[in-house]
Design a protein around this ligand. Structure first.
Ligand code: PEP
Ligand code: MG
Length: 587
């Protein structure tokens, strides 16, 4: 029985992926105690070892104090646990005993911590007092943190999981998330991350509930604790009481039923009440997700994020590997379109095996098209695979993170070179495809009239557009409250580009997370966006909303939105005008 199983705790994080799951926690990336080795020290080396132990304790104390300071007033109850951890760190039975063990046995600090902790735990267990038994979990958190600060974290292999668990981790990289097996994972909870971090995006595509940015989750949840994850509300309940369990089991059933009814109408096209049709498409990260776009009624794939095929490989994939994957997606969707976006690595999606200088600001660094233009061979390998796949259906190519005119010229030049090489090799390919760029950097929006000369379509990447225009790291939970697509500056930027693009006769699409949030649908319609692309599960929801709104009214609504000063003014307008439609939605 997990020892902290006595009191129900409610923890609050960011609602990263909707839905509810109930299961046992599986803590990832924790200290693997097996790697804590014992070694002996000379008398001369002991003072340095004690100093090392004290530094690790101080680091743990600082981490706990930081958590206490960052806990919002509304959640002060959570801080009691961290405070008890702080007390434990000072306790003579732990602190003094570790120093004594090091000195008397002349052993290393991590070994001493491990042994002292084991003895204390045994003592607590033997007392058969539920309160003291519950302290075992706290003691484990505290001593694990100290050991982690002494030896570093050992990654735990996910393949070791035996049952369907809820992953709890400090952070999950997009690469790790994309490897998650649905057979073994019901949901996940992390200390870090924000709503449009790529980890969240993958959770939504996979359709598993997730709460991210729950600072201290790995301290507050123990391995095997029974937990409820409500990814819609952004809460996690640890050790739920009987009646809480019952309540959430009912909510889980209601949510699953709601999802099932939505898909019933998913094949019907999305026409506004005044008969304007929008194409509603799906975003995918892996070819396996294509079926989900089809089953949710997607009119095509508006964004195929290709980088995930690179993230988990020790080497770069070959042209044939890439071609096979792209072909499978293109064939499955044909004759519906598939927009393949070229490699968008770095930012929060670093290739593990890639050796390169550490970047202080990865989101402003050698990311996406910048990386590709610096590595033309890697880029051309991908371009060749895309051109070959275009023989099998309706393919469009999309270049990410274009910030200036030269970049699109260079990207097109490399595309031409890729075609020439294929031609020279006698390989079949199709160069008659639409070429587009992401509008996700304000400079590209300002230059949209000139960039239009070089492209067939534009696609708004609002996840980055919000981040770059408001200067807010999209994965940083501390500034998540400022990350808001309703900021008038963001909407004005989009209005400018949409008008310019349409004037130049270009199709405007939107593939950021904004497309999936029906709160934005009236604004998106008002902007005259032609195509939306989103995580497949949101397709039926957004289609439903489009069918209930008039295009003409949305245009007029947008005119008023553009006169507002603040995001909350716009929110108020949305509530007043579309409240019953948008806010009554269950999720
Ligand atoms: C975006 O930035 O909105 C986008 C769709 O791309 P990504 O989330 O992959 O950066
Ligand atoms: Mg982007």
């Amino acid at each position: 029985m997990p020892s902290s199983m006595f009191k129900e705790k409610i923890l609050y994080g960011i609602n990263a992926s909707p839905g509810i799951c109930i299961g046992n926690a599986y803590l990832l990336n924790q200290v693997n105690m097996d790697i804590v080795e014992k070694y002996y020290l000379s008398t001369k080396a002991l003072p340095a070892e004690i100093k090392r132990f004290k530094a690790a304790v101080k680091k743990t104390r600082d981490e706990l104090n930081r958590l206490i300071k960052k806990t919002p007033d509304a959640m002060q109850r959570q801080t009691g646990i961290f405070e008890s951890h702080l007390m434990m760190l000072k306790d003579k039975m732990l602190y003094d005993k570790v120093i004594e063990t090091c000195e008397q046995e002349q052993v290393n600090a991590e070994w001493a911590v491990k042994n002292v902790a084991a003895n204390l735990k045994m003592m607590f267990h033997q007392m058969e007092n539920p309160y003291l038994s519950a302290r075992v979990a706290d003691l484990t958190h505290v001593t694990d943190s100290v050991i982690k600060n002494l030896v570093g974290v050992q990654k735990v292999d996910m393949s070791g999981m035996k049952k369907r668990v809820i992953l709890v981790a400090d952070d999950l990289s997009p690469a790790q998330t994309s490897q998650i097996s649905l057979k073994k994972t019901q949901g996940f909870v992390t200390n870090k991350g924000g709503k449009t971090s790529h980890t969240s995006i993958i959770a939504r595509t996979l359709g598993i509930p997730a709460v991210l940015g729950l600072d201290g989750a790995t301290d507050l949840i123990s391995d095997d604790d029974l937990i409820i994850v409500d990814g819609t509300e952004g809460i996690v309940i640890v050790n739920p009481e009987e009646k809480t369990l019952l309540d959430f089991a009912q909510r889980q059933e209601a949510y699953d039923n709601y999802e099932a009814t939505l898909t019933l109408n998913s094949d019907i096209c999305a026409k506004t009440t005044d008969n304007v049709r929008l194409m509603v498409m799906g975003n995918i990260e892996l070819p396996e997700e294509t079926d989900s776009v089809i089953s949710h009624g997607g009119d095509g794939i508006g964004l195929y994020r290709t980088e995930f095929q690179y993230l988990n490989c020790p080497t770069f994939p070959s042209e044939d590997d890439l071609f096979e994957k792209y072909k499978s997606v293109v064939e499955a969707m044909a004759p519906k379109p598939v927009t393949i976006r070229t490699l968008d690595i770095n930012g929060d999606k670093a290739i593990g095996s890639m050796s390169g200088p550490h970047e202080t600001n990865p989101f402003l660094g050698l990311r996406a098209i910048r990386y590709c233009l610096k590595n033309p061979d890697i880029f051309k390998t991908q371009l060749k695979a895309i051109l070959r796949s275009a023989v099998f259906g309706n393919v469009k190519i999309l270049f990410p993170m274009i910030s200036c005119y030269d970049e699109i010229i260079m990207a097109r030049e490399l595309l031409n070179q890729a075609a020439s090489v294929l031609d020279g090799e006698g390989t079949t390919f199709n160069m008659d495809i639409d070429i587009g760029i992401m509008l996700e950097i304000p400079s590209a929006i300002i230059m949209a009239d000139k960039l239009a000369e070089q492209v067939d379509f534009f696609s708004f990447g609002t996840n980055d557009l919000i981040q770059y225009s408001l200067a807010i790291d999209r994965g940083n939970r501390d500034v998540a409250y400022l990350y808001d697509g309703l900021q008038p500056a963001v909407i004005r930027l989009m209005k400018h580009a949409a008008d310019v693009g349409h004037k130049k006769g270009k199709k405007m699409s939107l593939c950021g997370e904004m497309a999936a949030d029906s709160l934005y649908t009236p604004i998106i319609l008002g902007l005259g966006i032609d195509e939306l692309s989103m995580n497949p599960r949101s397709i039926p929801i957004v289609k439903n909303i489009i069918r209930a709104i008039s295009m003409e009214e949305s245009r007029q609504f947008l005119e008023e939105v553009l006169k507002q000063r603040t995001a909350s003014d716009i929110m108020e307008m949305l509530q007043k005008t579309y409240g019953s439609l948008l806010m009554n939605k269950m999720y």
